[in-house]
Design a protein around this ligand. Sequence first.
Ligand code: AMP
Length: 307
Amino acid sequence: MSVIVVGSMAFDAIETPFGKSNKIVGGAATYIAWSASNFTRPVQQISVVGGDFPQEELDLLQARGVQMDGVQIKKDKKSFFWSGRYHMDMNTRDTLETQLNVLGDFEPVVPAGYQGADILMLGNLSPAVQLSVIEQLKERPKLTVLDTMNFWMDTAMPDLEKVLKEVDILLVNDSEARQLSAQYSLVRAAREIMKMGPKFLVIKKGEHGALLFHGDHVFFAPALPLDEVFDPTGAGDTFAGGFVGYLDSTRDFSFDGMKSAIVIGSAIASFCVEKFGTTRLKELTKSDIDERVQQFVELVNFDIALV
Ligand code: AMP
């Protein structure tokens, strides 16, 4: 059992209507690794950081079974930096600044020890980098999962189309699904997107849960109604980490197996938003996760008598 995770490891600065963070550690692959390592090990990380990235953060992940052989450290360069401001609904945000820094000329190298991984999780990055990782794998993983965003649809669509042909599952949010398919109805959007390559599609709807599509089948997992959402950054990546980590542990890649995996993804993402950055993910215990999954079961379980 092993999962390769490709994505950014970064610094973020976040503003919400309720508070502001300093420069904190973030990045898609950071959230994915914290999340996935609750369910499976090793997590085999592929990323790039600058000399400014705290070694302690890499050590903490390594202690959880995250392998760092594929993480390049460019000592004389700066890490990727992203800053964003959330709107009042905490579901939508504006990007204030993106400094690519080390990501600008990132050429991923898949270490020999990562070959033969069962699952490839392609976190949000340029489709050209995602393609390069796919091409370096000698054996096709049993499952390839792709996350992407509107930025790449606007700037790198031909490469994104190539990546889509190579993946089994695509994870996107509702506005990205609409942009990619040019369809407003999410059911129609799903149908169009599945023609582009992925056999399964997960459409995330923030506080309104997530939909799983496969052929003519649809499944819905809610998001847990929370008292307070502190910082939604990384919730999508945390969802992805829980989703692939759980699938790697069960090895059930059927539609039913994926139904459970999106509930697990939603459960773990609900922790991420409770504090700034990765703070809450770092504190989690197995019993916290089990308890929250149980809350999800109770949230959607009902008996109904037809009259
Ligand atoms: P999420 O909130 O799940 O969509 O992911 C937020 C994370 O994505 C942040 O920690 C950022 O560092 C990272 N991020 C934002 N924009 C990009 C980008 N263009 N490429 C790679 N990572 C990004």
